[in-house]
Design a protein around this ligand. Sequence first.
Ligand SMILES: [Zn+2]
Length: 449
Amino acid sequence: MTVIWAETALLPNGWAEAVRVEMAEGRITSVTPGTAPEGQRVGCLLPAGQNLHSHAFQRAMAGMTERRGAGQDSFWTWRTLMYRFLDHLTPEDVQAIAALVQVEMLEAGFAGVSEFHYLHHQPGGAPYADLAEMSARIVAAAAETGIGLTLLPVAYERGGCDGRALTTGQLRFGNAPDRFARLHEAAAKAVATLPDGVIGVAPHSLRAVRPETLAAMPGFGGPVHLHLAEQVAEVEEVQAAYGARPTEWLLAHAPVDARWCLIHTTQMLPAETEALARTGAVAGLCPITEANLGDGIFDGMRWQAAGGVFGVGSDSNIRISQAEELRSYEYSQRLRDRGRAMLATADASNGRVLVESAARGGAQAGGRAAGAIAPGLWADLLALDTGALMLEGRREDAILDAWIFAGDDRLVADLWSAGRHVVQGGRHVARDSIEARYRAVMRRLVGVM
Ligand SMILES: [Zn+2]
């Protein structure tokens, strides 16, 4: 049994002072406000965020695709570079990169991550001796770092809606349905070695899976994640092939509900936004990546008015920062609508709405029993350093507004993931060795690119 005592804590029904939180076997067992200090003392205790969308290996190419190529640079030219990059990655590289990425996520206040994992095979497309070798590497990284992992093996079977074959760059992702089922089963066995691991499934996109394959996805159990409508060209391709826009088509053909998380909901019409919000599915927003790739702006105001659930993900991992991710989302709404305090409600400030959504929406998306400081849930907890300059004189919601809008993730002092105290004094306990291994991988990769 471990006890944390917080000067102030954000509980499901609001702020409380002098809060004692007891945990055992990774779960919160009791929460008691108004107690005398004992155990591990912290300043401001929050439900930790959950990162709902990541492609870990892309972290290693962050900052390598910011030069102007011939003609107009776009998402699609970025993707070509990404394919070239991943042709050099070995299973050892993937584990080293994933471990560093997870360390950075934990230090940013994310206790869990939903890894949308599509790099399955060897360069050229031949499977590894263990079909789920790469999945097992992501799991091994999570065992090293202590992050709460939701692994989403990705189904990918064609190069586009017209059924064209995979390109050379996509051969490492592809599986026919029977092999995908075997891969998923092996990946699930690897995930089961983690005390709090969750296995879900990810049909990559309407472009990359056939309708029959998509229909079989909920049968795998666990969360279902799909790249929905990121780019205009993607919407046009789906419309030409299916006679309907992606969101419109999905809602008519799939049993979308609270188990689903739709990634990149940047290209939706108002009626699609409202209809999707009503299903209870999570909007998987990736504001930093969506800005970096020029995807567009999500209609967050309409989504919120329709009662929609959202969370955030770091996707391409060009930056790993919870504060910046949440701030970017709010600022995108302000810039489009020329307003302020867009997501705030009558009862909660911007920071409060954003932080609670990143925890609750992210936990729902990951199928993880977390997202609030309440008995029975995993002890996914984040402590901000209330002694930090930026938090001086701040109380309750103003603490969160200062963290998200005026500060950054250096205010995250401690983090527990399912009770594992992996960030202490702002630093992951295994950062040094994980960082050294990552540097060695990067030195080699830069040489071959
Ligand atoms: Zn993605």
